[in-house]
Design a protein around this ligand. Sequence first.
Ligand code: CTP
Length: 468
Amino acid sequence: MEGFTWPRRQDFNRFLRARKIKQRFIARPFQQCYIDLQFQGNTMAEISAPEFSGKRIALGVSGGIAAYKAAEVLRGLQRAGCLVRVAMTRRACEFIQPLTFRALSGSHVIVDDYAPDNPDPIAHITFSQTADLLVVAPATANLIAKFATGLADDFLSSTYLASTAPVLIAPAMNTSMWKHAATQRNVATLRADGVHIIDPDEGEMACGTIGPGRLSDPERIVKAALEILRNAAAPRGQDLTGEHFLITAGATREQIDPVRFLSNRSSGRMGFAIAEAARTRGADVTVVAGITSVEAPAGISLIKTESAEEMYEAVRDNISTATVFVGAAAVADYRPAQIEKNKIKKSQRSLVLNLERTTDILESVAATRRDGLLVIGFAAETENLVQNALQKLTQKKLDLVVANDVSRADAGFDSLNNSILMVPRDTKAPVELPLMSKAQAAHHLLDEVVRLRSLAKTSTAAQQKQAR
Ligand code: CTP
C-alpha cells in the first residue's frame, strides 16, 4: 500500500498515555486490533450501578476523524453495565474498521441493512426498537442535517427515524462547519425535536483550526447517556395530579400613547412549555398570558392580558385555587406614569418619558401566600447569574428560582432552547443544566416542584408526629 505505514507501537502507547487510557491487550496493530480501553481513576466505577445493568444502547458512529473515540464511549458504557451494539456509516468505516467495534461489543456491526452478511433482514427496525437509548458519537454535519430533515438513506439515519428511544448526539466537525448557520439551524431543530446534544469542545482541530468542533470528552458523553437512562427509568407519569398551576407567560405591553408602547422580546415559549409539561403530568393549568408570539398549548385555561396591571389583576383573581404559582412572564418593571390620549407629535428636540414602578406580581403572590402554595420565579440576567438568582430567591421569598442568561443568542428570550440554572430554597445550591429545548427544561423544573412538594409533605408529617 503506497504511502501507508503501520503506526509504531511506542506512538500508540504515547497516545494512550496522553489520553489517560490504560492498555490491557493489543493483539495486532490498529487495523485489526482487539483493544481493551480502561478509563483511569474511579470516575467510571462511581457511575457503574445496577440500574444500568442490561440497558441496551445503540451506538452510531459516523465518518469523522474522531470516530476512533467511539471505542472509548463504547467501553465506558459497557463498564457502567450497558449492552452496546454498534452501527456505522460507510464513511466511518474509512476511519475505523467495523472489526474494532465487533471485537469490543461482541456483536455484528451494522453498516448496510441490505448486506448479505447482515443476520437480520430488517435490521433498522429491530435495532432501533430494541434499544433503550441511541447515542451517536461522533455525529458529522451531514448526519445532523439528515436527522434534522428526516432523510433515511442509510442504516444509521433509518435507525434514527424508526427509533422511539431517547437520542443523544455528540457532534464533531471543523469549526466553520459547526458554526455555519445551516448546522446551527439543524442542531436547533433536533433540540426542538427532543434530541439531547452534547456541544463539541473547543480546541485545536485535526485540520489545524482552533475553535469549537472537537468531539466532547468520551467520559462526558458516557455520563450524559447514563443521566438520560436514569431519567427515562423514572417515568414522570401523572406525578402532578391534584396540583393546580397558575403560570404567567409572555411579555407585557405598557401603552405610551394610542400607537406606541413599551415591551420586551419574550415570546411566551417557556411559560407555555411549563404549562404543557404540567398538563401532561396530570396538573390543572391556568396561564395568564401577556403578549405572546407562539400558540398556547391545548388543554389549559388561558387568560389574555396586556399590561402588567392587567396581568396582576388576573393573577390576583385566580390565585386562591392555585397550588403552584410560576412567574415565567417578562413583566415590565416600569410603565409610563400617564398614557397620552393623542399620538405624541415630534414637536420637541428630545422627549423625556416619566415612568413609574409596576406591581411586582411574583413578590406580591409570595408575600400573601397561603400554606402549601409553592412559588417559583424566574431571574432574567445578563451578568452574575448565581448571585442575582440567590438574591431574588431570598428577597422575593421564593421556593425555587430559575435563572437564565438572556444575553445568550442561542437560549432564553424568543429562542426554542434554554440553558437554565435552578436554585431551590432548601439547599440554595445552584443546579446548572446544559442547553436544551424549553420542553425538556420545563420537565426539569417540574421535577424540582415534585421534590419540593415531597419535602413539604415530609416536614408536615414530622410536625404532626411531634404534636401527638
Ligand atoms: N416579575 C413579576 N412582576 C414584575 C416584575 C417581575 O412578577 N413586575 C417576576 C418575573 O415574572 C420573574 C421574576 O419576577 O419571575 C424576576 O423578574 P426579572 O425581570 O428577572 O427581575 P426583576 O424582579 O424585575 O428585577 P431586575 O429587573 O432588577 O433584575
